[in-house]
Write a protein that binds this ligand. Structure first.
Ligand code: IMP
Ligand code: MG
Length: 381
């Protein structure tokens, strides 16, 4: 888009048409990529040759239409001094993904959400009963769509009270509403600790109910040995402690059942560079440790802290797909805020389904409003 921005200054209509052409061309490249992936030869795609690191596209992306929608909102083609930005592109991609689900060829069956920054502000909880986001989640459930919160926050407590505390307003609204059938209510789930603890809403107790791992654990994870998991956590703990003293960080190391965290002490902050150094160093150390050939882990910068978790969100999303009877990646949407590749814990969900990258809870609401509108149009058509 830089080329038309720099070279083709004309009337606003001309500028819009130039940009729209670029998006139509990229849309065609994605179509080609989807077609070749289905044929089992994704590497032959032109997009894959131009960008070898590109990951899978599970649906087509109506980028031209998405551009026109976002252009209307963000004056992209009308701007003369500020070129199309990273955020413009991110939002166009989200809109295209939402539009794709309105296509009759694809049915949206599972929507998963990250917790912090996506549903509520970082470190916060969903406590406001009137929050827009709650209304949107109820709307998804009322369309027989399964809703899962897939969060890194791990609490090894079978009562589910910790998750209830963080999602109280949502769970109480699900309990009280007459808009949902029992089945629809019980389509609400929480996958905690990346992919370690599954809870499901239970209509009798009106609370979250622990689901035994043998009902949802992926085949690959079921072979992980507890001793090896502990060895990985031991090394993570030792490494974080070493880094804490080497970098003189005002932080403490916290060991949990399936995670180790480095968290600043009260009143202190760690800068982005310190957090990233800790993530990269720890990741490298763990990758060279033989048990991690089997045991998957994820080391990430949570904005103010660093965590090493056993498992990762792609496995969390896949577990939900399996638990609900084999939902496909093209029927799944994960919404999250952490998609920058280095040390981001939503990034891996791109392996398990379609994704949308939001920057704050307001954007999540906006995306869901769009999604609902497009699905509505589709069902009317
Ligand atoms: P998410 O955005 O919902 O995936 O949550 C990530 C945030 O949860 C991290 O930035 C941490 O601050 C917090 N957190 C609390 N407990 C854990 C844990 O056991 N593992 C990872 N993150 C945790
Ligand atoms: Mg988050």
């Amino acid at each position: 888009m830089a080329v038309p921005f720099v070279l083709h200054v004309g009337t606003p209509e001309e500028a819009q048409e130039r940009y729209a052409e670029v998006f139509r061309d990229v849309e065609a490249l994605v179509d080609d990529q989807v077609f070749l992936s289905q044929a089992g030869t994704p590497k032959q795609g032109r997009l894959s040759q131009l960008v070898p690191s590109i990951s899978n596209f599970f649906t087509k992306l109506p980028l031209r239409d998405a551009f026109l929608i976002q252009d209307d909102r963000r004056s992209i083609s009308g701007r003369r001094l500020v070129s199309p930005s990273f955020n413009d592109i991110r939002l166009i991609l989200n809109t295209a993904q939402a539009l794709a689900f309105a296509n009759t060829e694809t049915t949206l069956k599972l929507v998963t959400f990250d917790g912090d920054v996506t549903l509520y502000e970082d470190g916060d909880s969903l406590t406001d009963d009137t929050a827009e986001i709650i209304l949107r989640l109820i709307e998804l459930l009322s369309r027989d769509i399964i809703v899962g919160v897939v969060t890194a926050a791990g609490y090894n407590d079978k009562t589910g009270n910790k998750y209830y505390e963080r999602l109280r307003a949502l769970i109480d609204t699900i309990s009280g509403t007459t808009k949902l059938t029992t089945q629809q209510k019980e389509n609400f789930t929480v996958m905690g600790g990346e992919s370690n603890y599954l809870f499901r809403y239970n209509n009798e107790t009106q609370k979250l109910k622990w689901v035994e791992p043998n009902e949802w654990l992926l085949e690959s994870m079921s072979h992980w040995k507890v001793e090896e998991i502990e060895q990985v956590l031991d090394l993570a703990e030792e490494t974080l402690n070493q880094l804490k003293s080497h970098l003189k960080l005002p932080a403490e190391v916290i060991r949990k059942h399936r995670a180790v965290g480095l968290v600043p002490v009260s009143g202190q902050k760690l800068c982005r560079e310190q957090l990233e150094e800790v993530v990269l160093f720890t990741k490298r150390k763990l990758e060279a440790f033989s048990p991690t050939e089997t045991i998957k882990f994820c080391a990430f910068d949570g904005g103010s802290d660093v965590w090493v978790d056993i498992a990762s969100k792609d496995l969390g999303v896949s577990s939900l797909q399996r638990y609900f009877g084999g939902i496909q990646p093209y029927e799944t949407l994960h919404i999250g805020d952490q998609f920058v590749s280095v040390g981001s814990n939503d990034h891996k969900t791109r392996l398990s389904g379609c994704t949308a990258w939001i920057a704050n809870p307001d954007e999540t609401v906006m995306l869901l409003q769009d999604l609902m509108r497009y699905l509505e149009k589709n069902s009317v058509a």
